[in-house]
Structure formats: C-alpha cells, structure tokens
Design a protein. Structure first.
Length: 297
C-alpha cells in the first residue's frame, strides 16, 4: 500500500515537532520544513527512530519561511520528486511582544510574511492539487487569540484572526469535496514561541500553566480525522473563547492586557520544558549572544 505524505512547517520544535512524531508513528512519509538545518537533521533522525517502518521517506527542506519565494521553492521541491502532499500542516508562525508604537516595524512586516503570506501561498499551491485529486487535508495553526484583540501581541493576534477567517472560508468552499480544512486554536503552549517573541517576562509565560504541545498536536490530528473545521484543545481554552464571544472587545482587550503585560514576579518559568523546544531555545539564545558580542565590538 502506497504511503501517504505529510508536509509540516516549523517541524523542529513545539507543536510542529509533535505532529511529526504522530505521523512518524503512523508510518507516513514526512516532508519536514524549518530554518535551522542542524535541528532539522536531528529531527529527521529522531523521526526515523520513532517510525516502526524503516522504509518511510523523510525529506528535509531547510528554508527561511520569511522569504516571499519560500512557498514556491517548497512546492517545486515536492513536484520535482513527484510527491503528492496528502496532508499540509501550516504550523510555522511567530509573534513579537510589546506595545505597537515601540516594536520594530520591519520585524512585524516579516511576521505578516511568515504568518499570512507564506501560509496563503502554500495553501494555494497544495490545495489546487488536492482539488484536482479530490482528496487531502490542510491544518492551520490559528490561536486562542484569533478572536481576541491582544495588547502587547497586536500584530500576532491580528494575523491569527486572518488565519481563522481564511480557514473557515475555504473550508466552506470545499465542503462538497473529500478535502478537510481544520483550524487548530491552542492557548499558550510550552514551546519556544515566547522566546522568539521576546515575551519571556510576560505574565502568561512566567506565571500561567501552559498547554502540552503533544496534547495540542493530538487534538489537531483527531480533528482532521473527524473532519472538524475547528479544534480548540483544553477546557480553559474553550471556556475563555466562549467568554470572548459574549464580551465586548474592550473587555476582551483589558483581560488580555492583564495576561500579556510584563510580570512583576522574579520567580517563574524561564525556559520550555518540551525537549525539542528547549533545543530551539538554546539555539535562539546562542544567536542572541553572538549578536550581542558583535554589537559590543
């Protein structure tokens, strides 16, 4: 029986890594996409060890998804290898913490490129093939803040609002086909996201309980299996979303400000517990330290 192929962006840490594990366990061929070549190689090796079928193919695509041409380069790579992507996991995404008038506009334009433009392009390219074959699944990483104006994460939350609306719209467009479109809406999760966003000192990260990326990925996988359009893992996450649907926007923003502002506590979480995310966290710190040394020189 021919193995199915799954393409996962942001596959070296967090939720993306856990999706790779789940599909490796199911003996899917994996197309793993990430920027860090070293961590990508380590992830591929780990997935080979996880899969009981040693004949699975694991293709590594080291690429910078901030690059506007990245989606087309990924697509061309799979086309040259004559690979039909049965499942597309649009996982990669980043944020930037801080008040909008103080944050770096170039960084935020890059975030829009990564969180929206690259996702849109990948979806366009692979959905066309899925429609042609009348089969396939696409999962989007939306967020619990997709319907919550979020001070300190204004641009990130706005990009996730786009993703949720986009996913729901195309899900309706393909409702009479054998294609499944799912938006996964996790709450704050134990990954390296907060460090890339420079939000290590936020109340949410320092003081609050974070979701387990393995459980989040399992919820996404189950939603795809059941052909659900929305997956929102965790009771607290579901409850907060329900409140957001009945609260006014200013009250939602006030609530989010309390969660995302800078923590005043000296103790608390400083790094992820999730092992693959910890590896990425160490890489981020090494890059920052190198930049600081160069700046000082």
């Amino acid at each position: 029986m021919k193995k199915k192929n799954v393409l996962i962006t942001g596959a070296t840490s967090g939720i993306g890594y856990e999706f790779a594990k789940l599909y490796a366990e199911k003996n899917y061929n994996l197309i793993l996409v990430a920027r860090n070549d070293e961590n990508l190689q380590k992830t591929a090796t780990e997935m080979k060890e996880i899969s009981k079928d040693k004949t699975i193919q694991i293709i590594e695509i080291p690429i910078d998804l901030f690059d506007r041409e990245s989606a087309h380069k990924i697509y061309q790579t799979t086309k040259k290898l004559d690979i039909f992507v049965d499942i597309l996991i649009n996982n990669a995404g980043q944020g930037e913490w801080g008040k909008f008038h103080k944050t770096d506009i170039d960084r935020e334009i890059d975030l829009i490129e990564l969180n929206i433009n690259t996702v849109l392009s990948l979806t366009k390219l692979y959905l066309r093939d899925m429609v042609l074959h009348n089969k396939g699944k696409i999962l989007f990483l939306a967020s619990s803040v997709s319907n919550a104006p979020s001070p300190y994460f204004s641009v990130y939350a706005a990009t996730k609002a786009f993703i949720l609306s986009f996913a729901e719209a195309i899900a309706y467009e393909v409702k009479d086909t054998n294609i499944t479109i799912t938006a996964l809406r996790p709450g704050p999760t134990d990954t390296d996201f907060f460090h890339k966003a420079k939000a290590e000192n936020s109340v949410t990260y320092r003081e609050k309980e974070l979701a387990n990326p393995e459980e989040v990925a399992k919820a996404g996988l189950e939603a795809l299996k059941k052909k659900k359009h929305i997956a929102m893992p965790g009771f607290q996450n579901k409850f907060q979303s329900m409140l957001n649907n009945i609260m006014t926007d200013d009250k939602i923003a006030a609530n989010m400000e309390k969660q995302l502002k800078k923590s005043t506590k000296k103790e608390g979480r400083v790094k992820p517990n999730h092992l693959a995310s910890l590896r990425e966290w160490e890489y981020i710190n090494a890059v920052r330290e190198k930049r600081n040394i160069l700046f000082e020189q």
